[in-house]
Design a protein around this ligand. Structure first.
Ligand SMILES: C[S@@+](CC[C@H](N)C(=O)[O-])C[C@H]1O[C@@H](n2cnc3c(N)ncnc32)[C@H](O)[C@@H]1O
Length: 205
């Protein structure tokens, strides 16, 4: 299983954002939703071996976190609007108590931020995506249940980064340019595919 944890330093933890102006009204939840698309959706399919956590640290309802599990999620579509509707419905559901509460198949919400996610993830090989980290292509990665932490347009925030580093987590870079978070998810997924499946093209038919 692959797990991606995306930190939304300002991403809204409440459902009251506008679908017609997602970037302007949601604390850049759009950045996180593009990571969801990149992590799960492949040509004509969905990666069932992937789990994505979105840590929502913006607005008065924060902190809250969303968990999307590829093994059981249904009707995950590639367009940002559909993913925003999914997030909006999930955030509208009551969410109290400890841990993640399933609000629809494959989608769960927790009333907590990074700590709630770290509790759910448990121990395991961890990697923090960092422009200054070691080259992913030259870094051994534990292929069984790795966890990857990714920042948003503002990075991680100092305290979150400290907690991630304390797991501990290996800092890895996907290349010399600072990229959009969803492109980083794609590159990490591709590298894991190459290491687990090989580089030869596979027919989907
Ligand atoms: C747009 S970047 C954030 C840039 C932001 N100005 C900062 O200071 O972190 C979003 C996230 O993508 C990841 N990222 C971007 N480029 C990367 C690279 N070349 N290697 C590894 N991670 C990268 C990092 O996790 C980063 O926090």
């Amino acid at each position: 299983m692959r797990r991606f944890v995306v930190i939304g330093t300002r991403a809204t933890a409440s459902p009251d954002f506008l679908l017609i102006d997602l970037p302007g009204t949601s604390g850049r939840l759009d950045v996180l939703l593009r990571c969801v698309r990149a992590a799960f959706l492949v040509s004509h399919g969905l990666r069932r071996d992937t789990v994505v956590y979105l840590v929502l640290l913006g607005g008065p309802a924060a902190p809250r976190s969303l968990r999307i599990d590829g093994a059981s999620v249904r009707f995950l579509r590639p367009d940002e609007r559909s993913l925003a509707v999914l997030a909006q419905k999930a955030l509208a559901a009551p969410c109290e108590g400890d841990g993640f509460v399933t609000v629809k198949p494959g989608v769960a919400v927790a009333a907590g931020g990074l700590e709630a996610v770290l509790d759910d993830v448990g121990p395991g090989a961890s990697y923090v995506l960092d422009e200054g980290g070691a080259d992913l292509r030259e870094t051994p990665v534990e292929l069984a249940d790795p966890v990857f932490f990714i920042g948003d347009h503002l990075g991680f925030g100092e305290e979150n980064r400290r907690r991630i580093d304390a797991r501990p987590a290996v800092a890895i870079s996907v290349g010399p340019m600072s990229l959009h978070a969803d492109d980083v998810v794609t590159l990490v997924s591709n590298e894991l595919d190459r290491r687990t499946l090989g580089v030869a093209a596979r027919s989907t038919r």
